[in-house]
Design a protein. Structure first.
Length: 467
């Protein structure tokens, strides 16, 4: 039986992001994937601004920017004629505190390649063809068993193995949820002639939603993502002929205009939340913990941020001597966020909420977390528990200062204490975005502790920051 500090089950965006975060902290982690290769389709194709900030920190933002693009304006068609534009989301201009203002499109298969390259650059790896069949645990660790090959023993195991998670079932965690939409939905990556790539094309057939067709150009590729809904009970045909039949019946395009189906799947939109995110030494993240409707682009984004929240905590406990109780905060912080985002996804799916400020995920925080300590009597615009916004302080761009696995102490308009060597200090005058005070920014970009004086700061760092 081989050993590893952390076993990550699943090489989707969640598992790969966690592997990257652990690798850059010097924590060896083994990522295992049941398939023989990375997921080949576009499924999760968009990143919200908060996830772009995470990618900035993980060192993949430039690569993500290079292969993607913004979302095109929707175009509604009827009888072969363009009848009007449809704007999918409320516009937002970039600001200093939120420099990544709009969703960014990259098909999931390409995102995973970028994340795998980054993981390997940091010395990590993925073991493909490793299907987990069972999990046992005791006080000292977790043992994972596979359909083939020797078992693996780990201090901790993270289940990032999707909505049908084998690990979640193995540790006895249920999911509570609802069907969001009774209509079977086809999603496919296709090659099409006769459609421009400047618009997201919609072909409504009438008042009902069960026969919608939407075709979106996938940024940075020659492909389109096709989505089609069907009447309840329909058996969806995923073949080239089946896709051609749908396109010819619901649009002005001819069947032969669909020249290739590169990947196809069908699903029924649902929303479900795991009853727990942790059982002993096993953690649930991503779709293993919460399953979203694709509307509003919340699922993949919430999943990457699960990994981002858990990565620094595992790193602090395994590598920096932080108290093991730090890991108790993962479920307390992430499960309420996942529940909130599930409600948002469902609301967007049903047309009750527009894509806008809430879907960008910049306003999320952890004000009620045990990690959140606000000691100021009169807090300013940024409080403990809030996302730490970008700003320029004494010539330093804060997102540049935050980048990396360290904590950051901002001393604004107040004398700067001498922090431990592992904490980066940025000292400057009071700032309009933050106000005045001392702000200890966690490795995942949230303000953990804030105060007018350093009283209590060393004790906080000793508990949660480790050495």
């Amino acid at each position: 039986m081989s050993d590893t500090p952390v076993l990550v089950v699943g090489a989707g965006p969640t598992g790969l992001a966690l592997g990257i975060d652990l690798a850059r902290r010097g924590i060896p982690a083994l990522v295992v994937e049941r398939a023989d290769e990375l997921f080949p389709g576009s499924r999760g194709k968009g990143f919200q601004p908060r996830t772009m900030e995470v990618f900035d920190d993980l060192g993949v933002l430039d690569a993500i920017h290079a292969v993607g693009g913004g979302y095109p304006v929707g175009m509604i068609w009827r009888d072969g004629e363009r009848i009007g534009e449809h704007h999918m989301s409320d516009p937002a201009e970039p600001t200093e505190d939120s420099p990544y203002n709009e969703p960014w499109m990259v098909p999931q298969w390409r995102t995973q390649r970028i994340l795998l390259e980054r993981l390997e650059e940091l010395g990590g790896k993925v073991a493909f063809g490793r299907e987990v069949t069972g999990v046992t645990q005791d006080e000292d660790g977790v043992s994972a068993y596979f359909a083939s090959g020797e078992p693996v023993r780990a201090r901790y195991l993270v289940a990032a193995d999707g909505g049908r998670s084998v690990v979640r079932r193995a540790v006895g965690v249920g999911m509570t949820g609802e069907e969001v939409d009774p209509f079977p939905t086809l999603v496919a990556d296709v090659r099409i002639t006769g459609l421009d790539r400047d618009n997201w094309h919609f072909f409504p057939q009438g008042e009902g939603a069960e026969d919608l067709l939407a075709i979106c150009p996938l940024a940075g590729t020659e492909d389109f993502q096709l989505m089609a809904r069907f009447a309840e009970g329909t058996e969806v045909d995923l073949s080239l002929e089946g896709v051609r039949k749908v396109v010819a019946a619901r649009s002005h395009l001819a069947a032969e205009d669909v020249t290739e189906v590169r990947w196809a799947s069908d699903f029924r939109p649902r929303a479900a939340l795991a009853d727990r995110f942790r059982v002993g030494r096993v953690f649930l993240a991503g779709d293993a913990a919460h399953v979203h409707s694709p509307a509003g682009g919340q699922g993949l984004n919430t999943s990457v941020q699960d990994a981002y929240n858990l990565g620094w905590k595992l790193g602090a406990v395994l590598g920096d001597g932080a108290e093991a109780s730090l890991l108790d905060t993962y479920e307390g912080e992430r499960r309420p966020i996942a529940e909130q985002m599930l409600g948002l996804s469902t609301s967007v799916h049903r047309g009750e909420t527009r894509r806008g400020g809430a879907t960008r995920q910049l306003g999320l925080g952890y004000p009620g977390s045990p990690l959140t300590t606000e000691t100021r009597t009169a807090p300013g615009p940024v409080r403990a528990g809030d996302r730490a916004p970008n700003a320029t302080v004494s010539g330093v761009r804060l997102f540049d200062a935050f980048r990396g696995p360290h904590w950051t102490l901002l001393a604004l308009g107040t004398p700067a204490p001498t922090p431990p060597a592992a904490v980066r200090l940025v000292h400057g005058p009071a700032h309009k975005t933050y106000g005045t005070g001392l702000f200890l920014v966690r490795p995942d970009g949230y303000v953990g502790w804030a105060g007018d004086t350093p009283a209590g700061l060393p004790e906080y760092l000793a508990r949660f920051g480790g050495r």
